[in-house]
Design a protein around this ligand. Structure first.
Ligand SMILES: *[C@@H]1O[C@H](CO)[C@@H](O)[C@H](O)[C@H]1NC(C)=O
Ligand SMILES: *[C@@H]1O[C@H](CO)[C@@H](O)[C@H](O)[C@H]1NC(C)=O
Ligand SMILES: *[C@@H]1O[C@H](CO)[C@@H](O)[C@H](O)[C@H]1NC(C)=O
Length: 598
């Protein structure tokens, strides 16, 4: 391996002290309540001292890491590797009846460490919003027959240039399928046009089996947060394609386990030819859809070939979960969930009863589907139609979540994230790029103005970073992740209209390689150390899901950051430890994944 000598690398890092933004961050009580102090630019002399101390710090790292071996690169077969979804291993382990396509992390363990490589012709995605409509063919794993397929309305919108796939939204004729469909949905639920969804309380939509994501792209343009969820697919993945377009998506299925969302989360569930057999397994998939649907929320089913028999089986199940068919036009059916929890009373004949104890959802993550109705006793049982017309969460709505936190914490999370985001942005722009290796055959890289679209906040707390991104007018969306066993703030995140999931960071995340532009984690490293998870595994997983030239910002205690800094050397990220103004033991680690690794 030919790499520049480490000394040279160090000098490079040291020479880029042009703008060091100091970030004060302190932790008050435990890993999940640290806050960030307002930014402060230091004067030149302090900058220099800072850089020198950074240099010394790096030197000690370097002497400690010089005998650590770099982690090897994976083979070509792993280009689109998603751990936990090895169908052949699942079949060998005896999973069947569709469960072999489900998530089974235990079957993917003990794989040797390696770094997932991009395909040979990989190109940096176009920036938002151009990248929503045009993607590079080489970046997604597609089999040729997918291009020719004339599948459902949401799937036939694709044209293929020589090396680009385009979803031409200016082309009315091509896009008409999706626009007509969304107008039809609006009409059935009694709205004048699809521009009224938001006002009518339809703000969070789960689009199951989203095709190429075009319905979601249209809904997002109407300010409706729409998340694509589809099962793992080894080629032509709907999730991979959506994320490549900068549209929210996550791998998930209703095959046998609960989804990683709290109950009463979505205002609408949309399924256009989505491949779920709603009529099977005693209607358990519908019971799960009912769990995550808010009262008064809508279930939209678009099926071109629904047989009368299947239709009547589904209709029978929907009555058992207190849904009413509110309308049908051509092949689109819409049901509405009841607004009254008393409908599920155990004494009512033929209705599925409430779950015995309304146990907290965060513990039901990936548990087997169950035939009971969750959330009936929850304070969050508020009909979709009763939402306030404020775009921010109101004090009354916040009150509902009071069980988990003090309101002060919520606002503090936002304030600290707001100043942290300003700091991160200034760090990402000049520092990292100035010593960036040029990509082969490319002119100088542009600064990342619109280069950050898919963001993951790996320890999202109250969704403060998401709010800060919105407030700053960044063209990004945030996947808010609440670690399992952490405080369950996920319902509050979703109720703000943000995307979020529960996740166990000891396991891989259900997404394809190269799907995020930026990963952020505050306090996650020290928390996971306390949980006994492997930090090397975590950073390798972050490397997998980060696109080449994507950024990582980790904020944590010195010890956790030092440890992570050593691992970043092994996985060949460019990394800087940013010291804090204030002698606290909090540090920032800012990293960039290189475009090519030799
Ligand atoms: C450093 O952080 C501590 C703990 O957050 C805080 O109390 C103190 O005021 C800070 N010092 C300075 C100089 O900002
Ligand atoms: C999937 O599992 C099979 C059988 O255990 C194994 O041979 C194969 O290498 C695995 N594939 C990946 C990509 O890990
Ligand atoms: C929702 O609004 C209706 C009509 O305004 C009202 O009667 C009902 O009490 C409200 N429900 C809740 C849970 O706020």
């Amino acid at each position: 391996m030919d790499r520049p000598p480490r000394k040279w690398l160090l000098l490079c890092l040291v020479s880029v002290f042009a703008v060091i933004t100091l970030l004060g961050s302190s932790s008050s009580s435990g890993a999940f309540s640290s806050s960030v102090k307002p930014e402060a630019y230091t004067n030149y002399r302090r900058l220099k001292e800072q850089t020198e101390s950074d240099y010394i710090e790096l030197k000690t790292f370097s002497s400690r890491t010089s005998n650590l071996k770099e982690i090897r690169l994976c083979g070509k077969e792993r280009e689109d590797y998603v751990p936990c979804y090895n169908v052949s291993a699942n079949l060998l382990a005896g999973f069947k009846d569709g469960e072999e396509f489900d998530r089974h992390c235990e079957e993917s363990q003990d794989q040797p460490y390696c770094l997932v490589r991009p395909p040979r012709d990989y190109k940096t995605p176009l920036s938002w919003p151009a990248g929503r409509d045009v993607i590079w063919n080489a970046n997604v794993k597609m089999s040729d027959d997918r291009f020719l397929s004339t599948g459902s309305m949401t799937k036939r919108l694709m044209m293929l240039d020589e090396n680009q796939i385009s979803f031409d939204s200016d082309h009315e004729l091509i896009f008409d399928g999706v626009k007509d469909h969304s107008r039809q949905v609006a009409e059935i639920i009694g709205l004048g046009s699809d521009a009224e969804f938001w006002q009518a309380g339809v703000r969070m939509v789960l689009d199951i089996g989203c095709g190429f994501g075009s319905f979601g792209a249209h809904m997002l343009s109407l300010k409706v947060m729409t998340v694509c969820m589809a099962a793992y697919e080894s080629t032509g993945s709907q999730v991979q394609l959506s994320l490549e377009r900068g549209l929210p998506a996550v791998i998930g299925s209703l095959i046998s386990r609960k989804l990683p969302f709290p109950s009463l989360s979505y205002d609408m569930i949309h399924c256009a030819q989505c491949g779920v057999s709603w009529d099977q397994k005693d209607g358990l998939s519908l019971v799960e859809a009912n769990r995550i649907l808010k009262p008064g929320g809508y279930f939209v089913l678009h099926e071109t070939s629904l047989s009368t028999k299947t239709g009547s089986v589904i209709e029978g199940f929907t009555r058992k979960i207190c849904w009413t068919l509110i309308g049908q036009q051509q092949e689109t059916f819409i049901w509405q969930k009841t607004t009254g929890p008393q409908c599920y009373s155990s004494s009512t004949q033929g209705v599925i009863p409430p779950c015995r104890e309304d146990h907290e959802d965060i513990h039901s993550y990936y548990q087997p589907l169950a035939s009971c109705v969750a959330g009936t006793a929850s304070k969050r049982w508020v009909p979709v139609q009763n939402k306030s017309s404020d775009s921010h969460i109101t004090p009354a709505e916040l009150e509902i979540h009071g069980k988990y936190f003090q309101q002060g914490e919520f606002f503090e999370d936002f304030e600290s994230s707001r100043s942290a985001l300003r700091n991160y942005w200034s760090l990402l722009t000049p520092l990292i790029f100035s010593d960036h290796p040029k990509r082969p055959g490319d002119e100088d890289p542009l600064p990342p103005y619109n280069m950050i679209r898919n963001v993951m906040d790996m320890n999202a707390r109250f969704g403060g970073l998401n709010s800060a991104f919105l407030e700053a007018g960044k063209s990004a969306w945030v996947m808010n992740v609440v670690p399992i066993r952490a405080r369950n703030t996920l319902p509050l995140i979703l109720d703000q209209g943000f995307m979020g999931v529960v996740h166990d960071w000891c396991d891989p995340f259900p997404t394809y390689p190269r799907t995020y532009d930026m990963l952020h984690a505050n306090g996650l490293l020290s928390y996971l150390v306390s949980e006994g998870c492997s930090i090397t595994n975590l950073l390798l997983e972050m490397d997998r899901i980060l696109r080449p030239e994507g950024w990582v910002v980790l904020s944590d205690k010195l010890e956790a950051i030092e440890n992570a800094r050593m691992i970043t050397t092994q996985i060949r990220w460019e990394a800087r430890v940013i010291d804090l103004e204030n002698d606290s033991d909090q540090r920032l680690l800012v990293c960039q994944k290189p475009f090519v690794r030799k």
